[in-house]
Every structure is written in structure tokens, then in C-alpha cells.
Design a protein around this ligand. Sequence first.
Ligand SMILES: C[S@@+](CC[C@H](N)C(=O)[O-])C[C@H]1O[C@@H](n2cnc3c(N)ncnc32)[C@H](O)[C@@H]1O
Length: 290
Amino acid sequence: MSVYLAVCLCTTLIVSVYLAVCLCTTLIVSVYLAVCLSLAFLPLVLTFIIRYRYYFVLFYRAVLVRMWYDCTTGLSREERAFQYVLTHAIPGDPESILETFDLWCSKVEFISNIGPKKGKIMDRMLSEHCPLTVLELGSHCGYSTVRIARALPLGARLYSVEMDAINAAIAEKIIRLAGFDDDTVELIVSPSDEVIPRLRADYGLERLDFVFMDHWKKCYRPDLQALEGSGLLGKGSVVLADNVLFPGAPNFLRHVRKSGLYEWKIHRATLEYSKGIRDGMAELVYQGIK
Ligand SMILES: C[S@@+](CC[C@H](N)C(=O)[O-])C[C@H]1O[C@@H](n2cnc3c(N)ncnc32)[C@H](O)[C@@H]1O
């Protein structure tokens, strides 16, 4: 009986040792394979990181930093931007307000304002066309609104449309801080697809000389078509659409190309407050139905 037990014990021991050796070998082989695979993919991963480094930086600044400050300050990003502008810019001086915004957006947090580089392209177009009636779709914090308003000729009016009531409240404060009253800038808090059909009846508009589109990119095409249908675009009316390359508005560009209603070109630039991410603004000049 004791011999039988001893044999059983030995067998169990041998099997256990055998299993342990197998397990160790499997583990070593797995680690070896993992290291080999990582080394094989390392150049690919490095190329990917280097190529898309600006997108990682953007993700870090626009998402992670924002989440961190949202938690630690209890304020929204737009409120933080406003607080900074309020305490650092000169009231009644649009230039100072834009510069302070630019400083905050490039050094502290990312906000998708049109920014100084693309802003200068827009400034140039505004001074070339001297529009009297302007529509802006997407005011956000009012950066581009101030930028447009300061470039307008005397007697011109800007209608700025923002659907988010919290953003609109910030934009209103920024616009008034810059010194523009309700006669120069009217802020309309509503989605663009509800505002455009009411522009004639509710706001007495007959023609739009300049339209700046900088709201959600999926709205660009339907809103442009609604503007075409409204009859508010006349020969020579200019439509400037931001971010047509990044994040991109392919349906909008397809419509512009196919409709034959516009002379158009793309001003190439980089994404606001970022290096290396290619973007562009589409400038359309309405020619009407030929
Ligand atoms: C990129 S931000 C605008 C930035 C601003 N134009 C600037 O350069 O300072 C986009 C804004 O458009 C607003 N928006 C998006 N879709 C809209 C729509 N269909 N109608 C009105 N506002 C819209 C968003 O709430 C957001 O505040």
C-alpha cells in the first residue's frame, strides 16, 4: 500500500514539474514573440506617431486639457476664455480683445476660433468687398464676430447666428465688451436651419453681401442650399466657409462644384492655433443661374 502511495506521489510530482516546465517555456516563448512583434512594428508605430503628432497634440489640448480644467475649475472652457479676456483685454478695443483671445488659445487652451492666420484672409476679403449686410453662422465665443464687425463699413450690419445658448451668452458679452452695439451686431440664438428661412420676414433682409460659415460642417451644404433658395444671395455675394479641409465638408464642396452657381477657390492654411494640420477656407462668389 505504501509503495503504491509513493508511486502515486512521484508520478504527481513528475507531472507537476513537467507542467511547470511547459508553462515556463510557453511564457518565455510568448514574451519572446511579443518582443519580436513589438520590434517589428516599432518603425510603423514610430512613423504613425511622427506623422500624426499634430493630431495627438490637438487631442491633448482640445480634449484632455479641457477635461482637466473643466473638473478643476468648475467653469466651462468658454467661461474660462471669457474670464481671461475680461481681465487682460482693453474694453472697447476689438484689436486687444482678439489678441488676448489669440494668446489664450495658443498658450492655454484650444478653442476653434477662426484664429489670426485665417482671420487675416477674412479681413482682406471684407476690406475688398465692403459688405453692408453680413450673416455669420456659428458665433461660439464671438471671436470671428468681433473680427468681422471691426472690418465693416459704417452703416453695415452683422447678423450672427448661434444655436447654443451658453456660447451665445459668452459671445454677447464679448461683442459688447468690444464696443459693438445691437445696431451693428445682432446675435440670433437659434439653429441656422430655423433662422435662414425667416431672414426676410423677421429681419427684413433683401440681400446678403457676405456670409461666413463656421458652424457644424454637416450643416454647410443644406444651409447653403437654403440660402440659394431664399433668394438672398445676389450676383457678387460672397460666401466664406471655414474648415472645409479639416475636419472637412466634402458634401458642401461637391455641391459647390456641381451647382455651377459660384466662382470659387480654396485658401489653403493650417488649422487655427495649430501647426502642421492642413486646413482651408472656401471662398465662393455667387454668380446666379446662368
Ligand atoms: C467652430 S465654432 C465657431 C467659431 C467662431 N466662428 C469663431 O471663429 O470665433 C462653431 C459654433 O457653431 C455653433 N453651431 C453649430 N451648428 C450650428 C447651427 N446649425 N446653427 C447655429 N449655430 C451652430 C456651435 O454651437 C459652435 O458654437
